[in-house]
Design a protein around this ligand. Structure first.
Ligand code: NAD
Length: 312
């Protein structure tokens, strides 16, 4: 029969992309429960889903930051989830001395505790049934730190740590855990962050740090999204491939250009190599593309193929 997939944060971006791709599966293998905080924001999803809406896609309200909202889910027995995609997430950029602890806690509340809350809700039943698959939309920033994204990155590292522990515990229950690790993806995520940055004064940061942030980091970031940015559909394709795999891989990069950057960490135990590479990228000593392209050329294509799932 149809497999039920519950997805969080579906009003935009990657969540919307995954919901639509699965609901429009040609063989109708999936029944998608697309959730979002506010159903008033459903129009984009409903439009993109077309005639799948009401057939293989239904909507529910869900705020991953609220215990009550997650408890209220109380899925009917026919809606036993086979897959749960934890996608809801928020970003935060800027020098940490100019960011409030409340803002930082909100990032953890959504990205980390939001995933924990959902997993706590669905996992016991998956264990009882000895079947299920928990998918978490992490990020390459769950694998390496990037300047001025320190707290966001920490929230994704935390999620990766959580899931790495769970993945091995759940194997005996035939329940799988997978992380999807996109690089830059062109969604509202980046637009919201940039709008936020243009409003903030970042009081508390010194002039030199602010200069690095505004004149080195921000332009590099814009360039990165323009040159390497993927689409939500790219991420949806990788996610679909992962949930369709008989033995789902735990870590899944979506952008092959990031494979060598991530590999740098493992190539050098002290980690200085990756820190210095990022330093060069940030202060544009070689240019982002330059460094990536050089790294890609350096590592053989065969090695790349073995290490990534390339979008089909
Ligand atoms: P997005 O802003 O379009 O989507 C995030 C969604 O999460 C939004 O619809 C938002 O309303 C929702 N959300 C936020 N807080 C929520 C809450 N408390 N409860 C329910 N929903 C909530 O951005 P996106 O790029 O599609 O981001 C999706 C995921 O992908 C996030 O976890 C993000 O960290 C991750 N990611 C994004 C990028 C990127 O470059 N865009 C890269 C790597 C990973």
């Amino acid at each position: 029969g149809q497999k039920v997939v519950l997805i969080t944060g579906c009003s935009s971006g990657i969540g919307l992309g995954i919901a639509v791709m699965l609901a429009r599966d040609e063989m109708k293998r999936y029944y998608v429960i697309a959730t979002m905080r506010d159903l008033k924001r459903k129009d984009k999803l409903v439009e993109a889903a077309g005639d799948a809406y009401g057939r293989t896609l239904s909507l529910l309200t869900l705020d991953v930051c609220s215990d009550e909202s997650v408890k209220r889910l109380q899925l009917q027995p026919e809606f036993i989830c086979v897959f749960v995609v934890n996608n809801a997430g928020v970003g935060l950029v800027g020098p940490i001395e100019a960011l409030s602890l409340d803002d930082m806690k909100q990032v953890f509340e959504t990205n980390f505790y939001g995933a924990v809350r959902m997993i706590k809700e669905v996992m016991p039943d998956m264990k009882r049934r000895r079947s299920g698959h928990i998918v978490v939309i992490s990020s390459v920033l769950g694998l390496h730190g990037v300047a001025f994204n320190d707290v966001y990155s920490a929230s994704k590292f935390a999620t990766e740590g959580l899931c790495e522990g769970l993945a091995l515990q759940l194997l005996t229950f035939n329940v799988f855990v997978s992380m999807i690790e996109p690089g830059p993806v062109n969604t509202e995520f980046e637009i919201k962050l940039m709008a936020d940055v243009s409003k903030k004064e970042f009081i508390g940061a010194d002039a030199e740090t602010l200069h690095h942030f505004r004149n080195c980091y921000l332009p590099t970031q814009v360039n990165l999204f323009q040159s390497l940015g993927q689409t939500p559909e790219d991420i949806a394709k990788v996610t679909k491939k992962v949930i369709e795999s008989p033995c789902p891989p735990f870590r899944n990069l979506t952008n092959p250009l990031y494979t060598p950057i991530v590999a740098l960490k493992y190539a050098d135990e002290s980690r200085s190599l990756s820190i210095h590479t990022f330093y060069h990228m940030l202060y544009n000593l070689g240019g982002v593309m330059d460094v990536s392209v050089r790294l890609v050329k350096y590592l053989t294509p065969g090695w790349l193929r073995r290490r990534t799932i390339s979008p089909v």
